[in-house]
Design a protein around this ligand. Structure first.
Ligand code: EPZ
Length: 438
């Protein structure tokens, strides 16, 4: 696909599209398949680049992976897991952070793991210190080498007590994927409890794991000696669904998102309604639309579940440029997730960034040099511009802004959007967007 898109904006997006499984669950369930001694099937899998990357990594480790696009199904045979060559792993993993989650499963299956320098979106430092500390607690030996990190477990992996400094999604998954086959019991305090994590726990339980989730962010795991494969249907991608909802609002459009479900989007739906967006929920999906009239400014803080997801923030900010008055958005999950607002300002938005915690709560980033609060004055008409996509969600936001703006914008680097938005060009066409490649 050509990496440049010409967007003739200024028209509402209207129509229907389908959202399939959640990128941030599917990639983890694929890693879980590595733990099963028998074959697994994952359903409702979207055709996105992150799925390709993880499938490639699994194949490098001897797992047979087949994808049926029409059915949206992945089939895994992980009966013969083997070590992969360092250079191959490095070449393959470049754009993803998922390799860090291979550690526990690989240690259990073949006794060693190699992790190259990690990719992922540049939205903050994104360290892996929690992950390495957890692995060490289980008994792993971490050897930092020039090409990456080599991990072994000469004395085996043993259940342990972990308390996370912050409810990190990845670190919670790391603990789960390692604890399920470690000997003895593991207790994880201050765990993340995102719906994608609950779905991963469901997969692991189907495989034979024993995991309980208490009400106070405490997860307990009793290790078992063997895990089987699973058959599972992914929960829908609530980030993609919310992205299209924000696109409907920003372009004064009307989009039916087939596959979107209410329970995991409650916090988003409340905010969408407060801004002045309208929605109708039925058994097939959710229709998001601009009801006419003015949009309202709001004060918003991102947070871990059940708070407002950080990944919902960027697309919604585009809609907030069209709201009446001053909106405040305080980003408390990542220290550096407002880089995309520079391009919005170049298109006519008025967004000012602050180091202070503007939302009301003091977060980890207050009193430090991170511009992690935004004040958005609106409404400001957006005009066309030449934009370079910075990261996945920021890039999608730029696309929405270009679609809402009068005139023809060029958006460079749209390949990044394929990491997490399935068939987005096809979906844009179905919504009547006037876009052309090159
Ligand atoms: C997952 O990233 C998602 N990625 C992110 O989605 C999402 O934004 C994030 O969770 C929060 O919901 C995937 O699932 C592949 P974290 P993850 O560990 O697990 C700090 C998208 O656009 N931290 O919960 O990497 C970290 O810097 C992506 O789909 C450490 O300090 O996120 C951040 O400030 C972007 N040390 C905070 O914790 C560590 O070792 C939360 O990160 C790990 C994390």
């Amino acid at each position: 696909m050509n990496d440049l898109l010409r967007v003739h904006g200024g028209a509402p997006l209207t129509g229907e599209l389908t959202v399939r499984g959640a990128k941030n669950f599917v990639s983890k369930a694929m890693v879980a398949a590595l733990l099963g001694e028998t074959s697994s099937v994952l359903r409702n899998v979207p055709l996105i680049r992150d799925v390709d990357v993880v499938a490639g990594l699994l194949r490098l480790h001897g797992v047979r992976v087949e994808y049926d696009d029409d059915a949206g199904e992945l089939h895994f045979d992980s009966s013969n897991v083997e070590s992969a060559h360092v250079r191959d792993i490095d070449a393959h993993a470049g754009s993803s952070r998922i390799p860090i989650l291979f550690c526990g499963p690989l240690l259990h299956r073949i006794g060693e793991a190699f992790i190259p320098d990690l990719g992922g979106c540049h939205i903050g430092d994104r360290p892996i210190d929690f992950h390495l500390a957890i692995l060490r607690q289980f008994g792993a030996v971490v050897d930092k080498q020039e090409q990456g990190i080599h991990i072994t477990a000469p004395g085996g992996l043993h259940g342990t007590k972990v308390e996370l400094p912050y409810p990190s999604v990845g670190a919670t998954e790391q603990t789960l994927l390692t604890a399920v086959r470690a000997s003895g019991k593991t207790e994880l305090k201050n765990a993340a409890i995102e719906p994608e994590i609950m779905d991963l726990i469901a997969v692991l339980q189907k495989m034979g794991a024993i995991i309980s989730v208490d009400t106070d962010r405490v997860i307990r795991v009793e290790g078992v000696e063997r895990l089987e494969g699973f058959v599972h249907t992914s929960l829908p991608d609530r980030i993609e669904a919310a992205s299209w909802a924000s696109a409907a609002l920003a372009t004064r459009g009307d989009i039916f998102v087939r596959g979107a479900t209410q329970p995991d989007m409650m916090t988003f739906l409340n905010t969408f309604r407060k801004v002045g967006g309208a929605f109708h929920i039925d058994d097939q999906g959710i229709r998001f639309f601009h009801p006419g009239g003015r949009l309202n400014s709001i004060v918003l803080e991102t947070d871990v579940h059940p708070g407002f997801m950080t990944d919902w923030q960027q697309p919604l900010v585009v809609a907030l440029t069209q709201a009446e008055g001053l909106s405040i958005v305080h980003e408390t999950v990542y220290e550096n997730r407002f880089g995309f607002t520079e391009a919005l300002n170049a298109m006519g938005a008025q967004i000012q960034l602050y180091r202070e915690c503007l939302g009301g709560l003091e977060c980890r980033f207050g009193q430090r040099n991170f511009y992690h609060s935004a004040a958005i004055s609106g409404p400001t008409p957006l005009h066309a511009a030449d934009i370079v996509v910075p990261d996945l969600r920021g890039g999608f936001s730029h696309l929405i802004a270009a679609l809402a703006a009068e005139g023809t914008s060029t958006v460079l680097g749209i390949e990044v959007i394929n990491r997490g938005y399935e068939h987005f060009m096809r979906k844009l066409a179905a919504l009547g967007a006037n876009v052309e490649a090159g």
